[in-house]
Design a binder for this molecule. Structure first.
Ligand code: GAR
Length: 202
């Protein structure tokens, strides 16, 4: 089977990107690194991607006539790189239905809460402030909704008595760095089948 090309969308620090890229570089995930696209010029993820020798592209949302044109530019870059799978690794924009259709069931997102609870931004803090006893993280295929797509993997993280939103987020992040590479690995070896709302791991 031809190795899958894995590309990334990231808006910030990029620790989840690094977690996946390191596994690909080590050969633990049978895939090839594609490109990284960021909507923020100062994103540390861009710098890391350059260090890996990957194509690292800042696509400026303000340089286009609207979301459609902006996304078209990203889709063109992804296709040019022959991307099989896109990993949204801390990408803070909602993808339009056009983008989602262009890569149907081929975009994996990491979310820092146990979906369907606490979608959107700042999932760790939302859960902490709500007072849950268990939170965690979720990987899922992106669909047309916000954090609503078929779930691939989840990991629970217990809320401790002395936790702050920050300390909880730090423990959740450790689990993110485990389940995101694992989800990518499963995809790349052809083990993920989407059946309606469900992801069957074969
Ligand atoms: C991660 O915690 C990720 O789950 C979250 O942003 C952080 C990015 O960190 N993503 C979302 O909230 C998406 N809605 P990173 O840049 O170090 O990977």
């Amino acid at each position: 089977m031809k190795k899958k090309v894995v590309s990334f969308l990231a808006s910030g620090r990029g620790s989840n990107f690094t977690a996946v890229a390191e596994k690909i570089r080590a050969g633990d995930i049978d895939a090839t690194l594609g490109i990284l696209v960021s909507d923020r010029e100062e994103a540390r993820a861009l710098e890391t991607a350059r260090q890996y020798g990957m194509g690292a592209h800042f696509v400026d949302p303000r340089a286009y006539g609207g979301k459609g044109e902006f996304e078209k530019a990203i889709i063109a870059l992804m296709k040019k790189a022959k991307t099989d799978l896109i990993v949204a690794a801390g990408y803070m924009r909602i993808l339009s239905p056009v983008f989602v259709k262009a890569f149907a069931n081929r975009i994996i997102n990491i979310h820092p809460a146990l979906l369907p609870s606490f979608p959107g931004v700042d999932g760790q803090r939302q859960a902490f402030e709500y007072g849950v006893k268990i939170s965690g993280c979720t990987t899922h295929f992106i669909d047309e909704g916000t954090d609503t797509g078929p779930i691939i993997l989840q990991a629970p993280v217990a809320v401790e008595k002395d936790d702050t939103a920050e300390s909880l987020a730090a423990r959740i992040l450790k689990e993110e760095h485990r389940i995101l590479p694992e989800s990518v690995r499963l995809f790349c070896q052809g083990s993920l089948k989407v059946k309606g709302r469900k992801v069957i791991i074969i």
